[in-house]
Design a binder for this molecule. Structure first.
Ligand code: GAP
Length: 535
């Protein structure tokens, strides 16, 4: 599958649009169209049902170290600025970037790649940020332009070595920056905090400064005590949240994969420190299975344990669930979800003050005056109940998924092309989105075979019955084969057709999107038939 085919389908059929498109778009922001919003909503609902509301602690407990409970939260996007100081985001949540003095563009330091080339007695480094497949064409075009070499003399360019990234260079003097015409226009790399800043109330100075949350997780940590005090949950238990997060990514790319506004589906699972490794293993397996159960191919999905040097400042261990997205080079995978063992980092930071990542675990970071650099809430966030003899800070396992990345993976996985005969028996290319029925945006389409003989009236009755229970679609325009293909292209699992026989015996024809199998069902049983097939 080519990524551009999927992107084009998403626009053409209303899954995804570029944000503010009529004004030229805004990089890193995407709108979900009428079908996209249904697909993403179904994915979020499946997650919420499977992880929270439909989670049966007695049954799930069979594969888990012990039984456990799950509850939900919905916290604000803007929180007290102290939250981000104690979480570490204020000081540590940054990328290293370089600015170009000529083009005024900003790049992520580690994402600028390039090659050395020599011509006319001069050696330069041609840098680029285009996708890997277009690198050769881009660097060659820009080197020709720089040296004023015609296409027929392209052999005059003497390339030296393969692609390397900016951090591998000693200085930028001979670098032709990605959007520059002159050499040496890149400035010194510097840290760039990824949080979006805003101002609360009428105060526009630092006093009123606040941030849009870069993760939903912190809302859960700061409410840990509230949840314990207001519900009957007992350790081990999890708190889940779905919501928007914001990161001012320097180079948003690959469709919705790296966006600046996106949704997360996060769980913070609180357990006794002695049990934490068992729960870590449990959540890794459980979350992998969730994706495969909903249709992601086991071949394209991997679980990758992080190396020590990759671990985030808070993490004792992290495993990523990764998917072989089609925009990545062969053999490379992109992160769908991280399952992290966060120890007691967050609760301790919010209790005592920001922890020092250099001495992690776990000392509070001190300022020059020897006092804690950022004070915590000072509230006792330790857990106590009748089972455990003493109060303790629970350890946390965090399965943290992206709703937009999951949606993108399900879109990529669903896209298939095959050939089917049309009404005249001629083979036609057919695009089929093979979504699992649970997440398909539209569950069934209802068609009268022709627009006469009472068929539309009959079909509208069936549609009316179904619409009370499912998201269904009515279509009476064009030849029925064409209508089938339009539904296949958006992943509708079933089409229901009303024909001449329907008027005689009250039956309608069901057609399965994937097997193309057809069977008849009485109109009184249509709701039950569809319900049975959708699980
Ligand atoms: N609380 C932990 C945390 O936020 P993360 O690995 O930074 O961890 C978790 O993010 C998930 O959120 C990622 O696995 C990904 O699915 C999603 N995500 C992160 N940044 C994203 C971005 N810029 N665009 C889309 N999704 C993103």
């Amino acid at each position: 599958m080519k990524m551009e085919d999927l992107v084009s389908l998403c626009k053409r059929r209303g899954f995804l649009f570029q944000s503010s498109e009529i004004y030229g778009g805004l990089n890193g922001f995407w709108d979900y169209g009428p079908l996209g919003v249904e697909l993403k909503k179904n994915i979020k609902e499946a997650w919420w049902k499977d992880m929270v509301s439909g989670h049966n602690e007695m049954v799930q407990g069979e594969n888990a170290p012990t039984t456990h409970e799950m509850v939900g939260l919905d916290c604000t996007i803007i929180m007290h600025p102290q939250v981000w100081k104690c979480s570490g985001h204020h000081d540590l949540f940054h990328d290293i970037m370089v600015d170009c003095r000529e083009s005024r563009k900003r790049y992520r330091y580690d994402q600028v790649r390039g090659r050395w080339v020599e011509a006319k007695g001069k050696r330069i480094f041609v840098a680029t940020v285009v996708e890997t497949e277009q690198e050769d064409e881009e660097t060659s075009r820009r080197a020709q332009k720089f040296f004023k070499i015609r296409a027929k003399n392209i052999e005059d360019l003497k390339w030296d070595g393969g692609y390397i990234t900016l951090p591998e260079l000693e200085n930028f003097e001979q670098v032709l920056a990605p959007d520059a015409k002159e050499l040496g226009t890149l400035m010194e790399p510097r840290e760039f905090n990824l949080m979006f800043k805003t101002f609360v109330g009428a105060l526009s100075g630092e006093e009123g400064a606040a941030f849009l949350r870069p993760e939903t997780a912190q809302g859960i940590f700061v409410n840990f005590k509230n949840v314990c005090d207001s519900t009957r949950v007992r350790i081990p238990f999890g708190i889940a949240q779905i919501g928007k997060s914001f990161r001012n990514e320097i180079t948003p790319r690959n469709f919705t994969f790296r966006s600046r506004e996106f949704e997360q589906m996060e769980i913070e699972f609180f357990c006794h420190p002695d049990d934490s490794q068992k729960w870590y293993a449990y959540w890794r397996d459980r979350r992998m299975k969730w994706y495969t159960d909903l249709g992601l191919d086991g071949e394209r999905l991997i679980l990758r344990e992080h190396h020590q040097e990759e671990l985030a400042h808070y993490s004792i261990g992290t495993a990523d669930i990764e998917y072989a997205f089609p925009f990545l080079p062969e053999g490379e995978y992109g992160e769908l979800e991280g399952v992290a063992h966060r120890g007691d980092f967050d609760l301790r930071s919010h209790m005592e003050g920001k922890l020092d990542p250099s001495t992690n675990p776990f000392e509070v970071e001190k300022g020059e005056d020897g006092k804690p650099k950022y004070r915590g809430s000072g509230k006792d966030l330790r857990y106590r109940d009748d089972t455990y003899k003493e109060a303790f800070l629970p350890h946390v396992i965090e399965p943290s998924a992206g709703a937009d990345r999951a949606t993108l993976a399900f879109l990529c996985e669903a896209y298939t092309e095959d050939e089917q005969p049309d009404e005249k028996g001629k083979m036609q290319k057919r695009i089929v989105m093979r979504f699992d029925a649970r997440i398909a945006p539209i569950k069934a389409a209802v068609f009268p075979l022709v627009r006469k003989d009472g068929m539309p009236e009959f079909a509208k009755e069936v549609y009316g019955d179904l619409k009370q229970h499912f998201n269904v679609f009515y279509d009476e325009k064009a030849a029925v084969g064409r209508r089938y293909r339009r539904q296949d292209e958006i992943g509708t699992p079933f089409c229901i057709t009303i024909d001449g026989q329907s008027l005689d015996d009250g039956t309608v024809t069901f057609r399965d999107r994937d097997s193309l199998e057809q069977w008849r069902v009485h109109k009184d049983n249509v709701v039950e038939e569809l319900r049975k097939r959708l699980v």
